[in-house]
Design a protein around this ligand. Structure first.
Ligand code: ZN
Length: 561
């Protein structure tokens, strides 16, 4: 195979020389008729399933090249979604060499901009680097921050005193970063201009610290000197620095300088090792953007009534989508019966559901505020005062209808009301949304031919049938609903809520009522009759149906008209 690759390389017009030893191919490529690069193509045993490592010989000779890391490795693919035809190794080898050569062909005038955009990628490749988390975005002023360090002096995480970054107390990862660690002072050095890293394969020495201080703006340099004269600077320095990225944002990097202050004071021989720090982001904005969440939802407040298998999933999905403020309401205890369809784990059995869910979410997600209310709330209206949306996931039709009436009769604020419920036996789920201004509400589903009905028009199960939820003593049981039905209903409802929160006007369109429809096998098996709406709902034009559901209307949402 290797001979085939060598032969192939020799035929390429941009290749000037090829040699080989073991599984390594040494290639010289000519780029733009200006630069000549000597490359080493290392084929591992996994080649061609795994692409070869291509590195540049004597990389420091060329200064800083984009997509060439500190180790001299040419980053010719980001490995995301790569699909390799492993039956054609020579083609794969030619392809990767072509890609690597393209990377090296980037015009000289463009190199600097691309390189500084990828500064962190380059910096983080250094040997003997320590990785630590940064729980903040940090601003443009030099400041004193805190770092948690291990006994080995290795820093684990940097925290600032920034009041805007509200890290919830129960967040497990920050607590882990702090547990059994020593907190010491650290500094943040924001640089205004680009600041070069060490050349490829060069290690950082104490002079790098001096250069870094020199690169501070005059204002920040004065602050630094003030800290020193006030004796606020410890002898061992932990520094996080940032510099602007040409395409926006900042690049973060750090230094650990043992006895750094001592050296700065007397500039005598330095016998310690300066260690570069790779800064891993753990700030709210970064993490939410990384997850594709909507950062515009940060200020929105949502209350969820009912923390069962639907309500708890909605809470989880809303937080994962960028909602940071939740109120959870449930007076019930979490029971072992629900362990296979609820997101709460077994530690919370016999704990109040709202408290347990708040605890679990705050342990799992940072930068959120989740307030549990473990009572049967009776003064509903005050709940709407502060909220952007209230979600009724209690799954109790009587309660839901009453809440809908109260909401429409008394409200004088901007909050919306969403109601969601599940059909038993995997038949489906529903969600209704009211903005309190335009017509259409849960009550409309309980009105037919201008008369109030006790059964929703959209029910999938015909009235007067017993769908028992009680499994005790029953050998061959049926499941009223499964976890995936709850998840599907939660997902549908969450999308509806997110649309409404992102653009209030959407509510005026066609999203007031949503449903999903499952199979009726289980219902048939249990002799449960389904309604005509169950049969129709998947065959009829959606918009027409939604109109017919709410157009006839009910007195509840038309009280104000
Ligand atoms: Zn209505």
């Amino acid at each position: 195979m290797i001979d085939e690759i060598v032969e192939r390389y020799k035929k390429l017009d941009y290749v000037t020389n090829v040699e080989t030893k073991n599984k390594i191919v040494f290639v010289q490529v000519a780029v733009n008729e200006i630069d000549d690069f000597s490359l080493t193509v290392s084929l591992s045993d996994a080649f061609p399933q795994k692409l070869p490592k291509i590195s540049l010989d004597e990389p420091a000779r060329y200064g800083f090249l984009p997509h060439v890391c500190w180790k001299g490795i040419v980053c010719y693919t980001d490995n995301q979604g790569v699909n390799i035809d492993f039956t054609r190794p020579a083609d794969v080898a030619e392809f990767v060499l072509k890609k690597a050569t393209e990377v090296l062909s980037i015009k000289k005038c463009e190199r600097e901009q691309i390189f500084y955009n990828e500064f962190e990628g380059y910096w983080n490749q250094q040997d003997l680097i320590w990785h630590s988390y940064l729980f903040d975005d940090l601003k443009d002023k030099l400041e004193l921050i805190n770092v948690q360090v291990k006994k080995t002096k290795e820093p684990i995480a940097f925290f600032s005193d920034n009041k805007e970054v509200k890290l919830n107390d129960g967040y497990a990862f920050s607590n882990k970063c702090k547990s059994k660690k020593t907190q010491v002072r650290a500094f943040y050095f924001p640089l205004e201009n680009k600041f070069p890293p060490p050349l490829p394969k060069e290690t950082i020495g104490i002079q790098y610290l001096e250069k870094l201080i020199d690169a501070l703006s005059n204002a920040n340099k004065s602050l630094w000197e003030e800290y020193i004269s006030n004796n606020d600077v410890p002898n061992t320095l932990y520094i996080i620095a940032s510099q602007p990225r040409p395409s926006g944002g900042k690049s973060f990097f750090g230094l650990y300088v043992p006895y750094g202050l001592n050296w700065l004071r007397n500039k005598k021989k330095y016998n310690h090792q300066v260690i570069p720090l790779a800064i891993l982001r753990h700030s709210p904005n970064y993490l939410l953007q990384r997850a594709g969440a909507n950062t515009n939802l940060v200020e929105k407040k949502v209350a969820i009534i009912g923390c069962g298998s639907v309500g708890s999933r909605i809470a989880e999905l809303l937080i994962m989508s960028g909602i940071r403020n939740l109120i959870l309401i449930d007076y019930d205890l979490y029971e072992a019966d629900n362990i296979f369809r609820h997101i709460l784990d077994s530690r919370y059995i016999n704990v109040n559901k709202a408290t347990a869910l708040s605890d679990q979410l705050q342990s799992r997600f940072p930068y959120i505020s989740v307030e549990p209310v473990k009572e049967r709330v009776t003064k509903w209206l005050s709940l709407f005062d502060d909220m952007d949306i209230v979600i009724d996931a209690a799954g109790e039709p009587t309660f839901s209808r009453k809440l809908n009436i109260e909401y429409h009769s008394n409200r004088n604020n901007d909050a919306s009301l969403a109601t969601t419920w599940l059909e038993p036996m995997g038949l489906g789920g529903h969600a209704v949304l009211s903005d309190g201004i335009t017509n259409g509400c849960l009550g409309c589903l309980y009105h037919k031919d201008n008369t109030e009905t006790l059964i929703s028009k959209t029910n999938f199960i015909s009235g007067n049938q017993v769908v028992s939820r009680n499994l005790t003593g029953c050998g061959g049981s049926f499941i009223p609903f499964g976890a995936i039905d709850a998840i599907k209903t939660s997902e549908m409802t969450t999308r509806m809520i997110l649309d409404a929160l992102s653009d209030k006007n959407i509510i005026n369109g066609a999203i007031k009522y949503k449903w999903w429809c499952g199979k009726d096998e289980l219902a048939k098996k249990n002799n449960i009759k389904t309604t005509s709406w169950y049969t129709e709902c998947n065959n009829i034009d959606v918009s027409e149906q939604i109109n017919s559901m709410i157009s006839e209307g009910c007195p509840v949402c038309r009280m104000k008209n």
